[in-house]
Design a binder for this molecule. Structure first.
Ligand code: ADP
Ligand code: MG
Length: 639
């Protein structure tokens, strides 16, 4: 192959600029990234060799990642005898950004420079480019396992272009040669390399070695000094999940977490155990402290790393967890699976199913413990992943009882930032309260100011606020808790009064209905197309009116969600409830008594309806007309 020069794609260049100029405060992580790639490459060649015996040849394999600093040349070389890359692989893996997550991250960063956190980028695998933080030129010499093509030499200074040409290299694997920037030669010092490797890469399961030169005095006085150079592994190599929890330090756990998750903050909780019984495996799982950016991206990589008898099989084994636990990171190592499992086989493998079941049980138990023992920690978890847990309430029938105990909601009585669980809600219910009340709304602010709350507030009854889009689905599943029905306060009738009160209210209502019959009828006539019925309300104390859905009908929030999902919805007519105690009522009555066809009443009917829509956060049909009506009123109001 003749020497070719290529331009980086624009997005790669943007990424490189980011990495070199602003990204990581800790430049030393470049080494962790390169060692991690070398380790991945060895994992991969072993995995391919399971089905292609020829790949490795006859020679005994001596898996190794070697670090070679050269102070005279100012270079640091990281070599591995892993899978290597062909020209095409080099171009797709390093010349372009294949990962859609990375691309989307870049877009977001450009749109919103301040809020997007640049350190998030680690989650999307830009590891290799970290080289350019410390090197002003990087050379990669690589030979693909099992390929007859010659080795390739890739070179770039990270400023726009790279070149590729044939190279001399017979053995499979990759050398990454960093030509260090002038002020970065501290990374060529033996003790510094040793420190970085033990800090970040101790758990790597292959030796990360370096030639160590030692000078020793001879045994006797006057003997010459002896200098010996020996290759030495700098890491302990013990797969951390195989160790006993007592043997692992918090730092080790945290470092390994960053390796598996690409997160840059410490995890919230570590779950490390050995399962015995129907499924035997080792698991090291982490609850992240913050939600990753791609939590709701449909094409994001999910799943746990799967090892079988210490051999790496798959880095994103989705089958091990239900999708509502997709935020968990970590490793599962099983000896019950055959080494040559394929992705297709994983999909309905009994062993995998058993492991999954056991993992779910364990994780839900840990979450329940977290909630009980460290409520603040649980709340942090819930703020980040509560919405995902709610998916489980809807999907996982088997674990529904456990999942519903994890739910937290803001409420009409909860302090800001202190959501309440169903259990706590029930515990503090006034004795007379029979049902659990909730209100779905688009936001907390909207819920808190809803007219629907008025009568319940009067009774000192607490109302849960369901403000996540998914809460509508949660509400469909969660119809009862602890023998008490959940009741939406903007649907159907609410039964909050004692029999005596009810009798009294009914009496009053009957009288009011008689008195205001002309008003009710007139408004009904004007709003015929929009609403099902006009009624006097018992749920309002201060507001003039509100809209109420049928017991089974669709409420405002659900309608909004369906529209947002582009679902064609037939218009649902709701009931307009009027507050008989509101001062508007006698005025309207008087206007009608004066003139049964009063145009004022027509205007007011429309205004009342629009007002009811606005207070629940729904759009009004004709905002311009609404504006005109209000202006007209304002003028009249000032005489
Ligand atoms: P990630 O490791 O998250 O995929 P990197 O930027 O670290 O992202 O590496 C990009 C890709 O380049 C890797 O996925 C791999 O295909 C390839 N690669 C990097 N280093 C090596 C290596 N030492 N041997 C083989 N392939 C490598
Ligand atoms: Mg990498």
């Amino acid at each position: 192959m003749a020497k070719k020069s290529r331009k980086f794609k624009t997005d790669v260049q943007q990424l490189l600029d980011l990495v070199t100029h602003s990204l990581y405060s800790k430049k030393e992580i470049f080494l962790r990234e390169l060692i991690s790639n070398a380790s991945d490459a060895i994992d991969r060649v072993q995995f391919e060799a399971l089905t292609n015996k020829k790949l490795l040849g006859k020679k005994e394999q001596d898996w190794k990642i070697k670090i070679t600093p050269d102070k005279d040349a100012g270079t640091l070389t990281i070599s591995d005898n892993g899978i290597g890359m062909t020209v095409e692989e080099l171009e797709t893996n390093i010349g372009t950004i294949a990962n859609s997550g990375t691309r989307r991250f870049l877009e977001e960063l450009q749109k919103n420079k301040k809020t997007a956190n640049a350190e998030f980028i680690g989650q999307f695998g830009v590891g290799f480019y970290a080289s350019f933080m410390v090197a002003d030129k990087v050379t990669v010499i690589t030979k693909r396992a099992g390929s007859d093509e010659p080795a390739v030499r890739w070179t770039s200074d990270g400023a726009g272009t790279y070149t590729m040409e044939d190279a001399d290299k017979e053995e499979r694997g990759t050398d990454v040669i960093l030509h260090m920037r002038e002020d970065m030669d501290n990374f060529l010092a033996e003790y510094e390399i040793r420190r970085i490797v033990t800090e970040y890469s101790d758990y790597i399961s292959y030796p990360v070695s370096m030639d160590i030169t030692r000078t020793t005095k001879g045994e006797n006085e006057g003997d010459e000094e002896v200098t010996t150079t020996e290759e030495e592994a700098l890491n302990s190599m013990k797969a951390i999940w195989k160790k006993m929890p007592a043997e692992v330090s918090e730092e080790e756990y945290n470092e390994f977490y960053k390796h598996v998750s690409h997160d840059y903050t410490d995890p919230l909780k570590v779950i490390h155990y050995r399962a015995e019984g129907t499924a035997e495996f080792q698991a090291l799982l982490y609850l992240p402290a913050q939600a990753p950016m791609d939590l709701f991206w449909p094409d994001a990589k999910r799943g746990l790393h799967l090892y079988v008898k210490n051999v790496f099989i798959n880095e994103d084994c989705e089958e091990l967890l239900p999708s509502y636990l997709r935020f968990l990171k970590g490793v599962v190592d099983s000896s019950d699976l055959p080494l040559n499992v394929s992705r297709e086989m994983l999909q309905d493998d009994v062993v995998i199913r058993r492991i999954r079941k056991s993992l779910v049980t364990r994780v839900l138990k840990e979450l329940a413990d977290l909630k009980k023992r460290t409520p603040e920690k649980f709340q942090t978890f819930y703020e980040n992943f509560g919405v995902v847990i709610k998916e489980g309430v809807h999907q996982d029938f088997e674990n529904y009882d456990k999942l519903k105990e994890l739910l937290l909601f803001a409420s009409s009585k909860s302090e800001e930032g202190k959501p309440v669980s169903l259990k706590d809600y029930v515990a503090r219910m006034p004795e007379k309260q029979k049902e659990i009340y909730y209100l779905t709304a688009a936001s907390l602010a909207q819920a808190a100011t809803s007219p629907h709350l008025e009568a319940l507030r009067d009774k000192d009854y607490e109302v849960l606020f369901f403000v996540d889009a998914i809460d509508e689905w949660v509400a469909q599943r969660l119809t009862e808790y602890d023998g008490k029905k959940l009741k939406a306060i903007d649907r159907g009738d609410i039964d909050i009064h004692t029999d005596e009160e009810k009798a009294e209210k009914d009496e009053a209502l009957k009288g009011d209905a008689e008195t205001y019959k002309p008003v009710i009828e007139a408004i009904q006539k004007h709003l015929e197309e929009e609403i099902q019925e006009v009624k006097l309300s018992t749920r309002l104390t201060d507001s003039a009116c509100c809209l109420v859905a049928d017991e089974m009908g669709m409420n405002a929030n659900m309608e909004r969600i369906m529209k947002a999902m582009n679902q064609e919805m037939p218009p649902v007519k709701r009931v307009l409830e009027l507050n008989p105690k509101h001062p508007i009522m006698p005025k309207l009555l008087a206007a009608l008594e004066k003139d049964a066809e009063s145009s004022v009443v027509a205007d007011y009917a429309e205004l009342l309806y629009d007002q009811a829509l606005l207070t629940e956060g729904s759009p009004i049909k004709d905002p311009a007309h609404f504006g005109q009506l209000v202006s007209k009123l304002m003028v009249e109001g000032l005489g």
